[in-house]
Design a protein around this ligand. Structure first.
Ligand code: FAD
Length: 481
């Protein structure tokens, strides 16, 4: 008990001219908030991170000479994208090559004609009024898409039974593409009225083997090889278990290894963490509006399986392989290999020689995240042989990595989405972003993180903007006084 009291005294971040700020989470939002505060002389900072590493849903892992990303991988857009703006002069990001076109294979091992693939792609990506059409309120992406898709193909291919059968089978592929974008387990869960605002320019910029971690180095002033004083402010392996506010002017944050006090707390963990822990993390409990926001925003997951091969058996021609399951083949898929149908595509990773990444979507992910790497490897080889074995000489990977975003209690998913049935005037990301005030009416607990960004939710640039936003809120508050 005495030791705990002593620890408490040691770490109580009392003010030394500037307010004390605790940032919870060292993902992009937390690191962005810390770097902006630091730049503005708010050095009385502590960053509490539950994991044994920084980065959050950015997790660049070294594979051979280069980094591969188990989490965020692409920078989406250029104009108005803070990630792009921060690095545009550093020669670290490049648009994905124009060779990045999907090769679509059928489950009997035949490659479908490129003209068919392009046609299907145009249909799948063609309904671009999804983002704005409020007539879709109360329905899901799955419902709206399926009815429009069926109407399109019936009209276009009336009488061509074979083509219609193939296109009907392709509906499952369309769902997978949609789930990769939204990160839900089912497209009946996601709202077709989306408020995401795309940044103009190339939508898929890659880090060419440097990994998305580069942005963390840039934010902290570490790029290419300096050490930032912000590092000293980070406590890893420090999951917080409670935040007590309102009783006094100080906020008390309890972790599994000590308690800390501060004038302000910036909370950045995912909406998945909030869903699970909202009833225990905050004392007093969160207000009703905050709970509504947590309910209206969804998070589930995609999974990545990274495969390293000694030889690039796929050559230079193809960069993305997608898989269209025929009805009969799908029916024959047995027991322990059933999950392979959840692989949406397998893609080359620019800048990572010998690496392919399998993107997995759907409700089998929680089970798959728990599977052994050996079993996942066997399943991936089965899938590649079944679909591509006629055209390629598939070899066995010598290394495999898997992500576990859904199972990991510090994330509980990959990126947030807007849930079906919660349309209307309320912008739930803004409700989530609203700070909780102290008895004196000052922002006490501030909320950042991708899900609190009404325009760029679900992305790294959205997370960084939200961290800057909350840091600026505090900077303004103290400049004003
Ligand atoms: C597989 C995958 C692919 C993605 N692809 C892209 C992409 O291509 N492009 C893109 O822009 N975005 C992508 N994203 C999304 C992007 O990674 C996230 O939007 C972004 O990283 C969120 O940042 P954040 O700071 O809001 O949250 P996080 O990165 O989750 O950071 C929050 C931090 O809080 C910590 N934490 C949680 N609970 C506690 C606790 N109790 N105590 C202390 N600390 C805690 C967590 O460990 C974490 O480090 C992808 C994500 C995943 C997982």
């Amino acid at each position: 008990m005495l030791a705990v009291f002593f620890l408490f005294l040691c770490v109580s971040a009392s003010t030394q001219g500037t307010p004390s700020v605790i940032i919870i989470g060292a993902g992009p939002a937390g690191i962005a908030a810390a770097s902006k505060l630091f730049e503005n002389s708010f050095t009385n900072l502590l960053i509490l991170e539950a994991e044994n590493r920084i980065g959050g849903r950015i997790n660049s892992v070294k594979l051979g000479e280069k980094y591969v990303d188990l989490g965020a991988e692409y920078c989406h857009g250029q104009k108005g994208n803070i990630v792009y703006e921060l690095v545009k002069d550093l020669n670290v990001l490049a648009p994905i090559s124009s060779h990045f076109k999907p090769a679509l294979y059928y489950s009997n091992g035949s490659r479908l004609q490129d003209s068919f693939t392009e046609e299907l792609q145009a249909i799948i990506l063609g309904y671009d009024d999804f983002e704005t059409n409020s007539n879709f309120s109360g329905r899901s992406v799955g419902e709206v898409f399926t009815s429009r898709y069926n109407a399109t193909i019936m009209k276009k291919y009336e009488g061509d039974a074979e083509k219609i059968k193939l296109l009907k089978e392709a509906l499952r592929l369309a769902e997978k593409v949609s789930l990769m974008i939204d990160g839900a387990f089912s497209w009946l869960e996601t709202s077709p009225v989306k408020h995401y605002v795309r940044s103009e320019g190339h939508q898929l910029l890659v880090w060419q083997g440097l990994g998305y971690r580069t942005i963390l180095q840039v934010l902290m002033g570490e790029f290419p090889d300096k050490k930032s004083p912000i590092r000293e402010k980070i406590r890893l392996n420090s999951p917080i278990t409670q935040i007590r506010y309102h009783n006094s002017s100080k906020i008390v944050v309890t972790t599994t290894n000590g308690s800390y006090e501060a004038d302000h707390v910036i909370f950045t963990p995912s909406v998945g963490v909030l869903k699970r822990e909202k009833d225990t993390l905050f004392q007093p409990p969160l207000p009703e509006k905050k709970l509504q926001a947590i309910e209206a925003l969804g998070i589930a997951g995609v999974m990545k399986i990274v495969l390293h091969f000694e030889n690039e058996w796929w050559g230079d021609q193809d960069s993305i392989f997608t898989f269209l399951w025929g009805e009969e083949d799908l029916g024959n898929l047995m027991g322990e290999l059933k999950w392979v149908q959840s692989v949406a595509l397998v893609a080359k990773v620019p800048g990572n020689p010998g690496v392919l990444v399998a993107w997995v979507t759907g409700g089998l992910i929680p089970e798959m995240e728990k599977m052994s790497e050996d079993d996942l490897l066997k399943g991936c080889v089965f899938l590649l042989e079944k679909f591509l074995g006629r055209d390629y000489n598939i070899t066995t990977p010598d290394k495999i990595l898997k992500s576990t975003w859904h199972t990991n209690g510090h994330f509980r998913g990959t990126y947030s989405y807007e849930r079906a049935g919660f349309e209307g005037a309320t912008r739930y990301q803004s409700l989530l972003a609203a700070p909780l005030e102290s008895p004196e009416g000052k922002p006490a607990i501030l909320f950042a993180g991708e899900a609190s960004n009404p325009a760029h939710y679900s992305t790294v640039h959205g997370a960084i903007e939200s961290g800057f936003r909350e840091a600026s809120r505090l900077i303004k508050l103290y400049r004003k006084n």
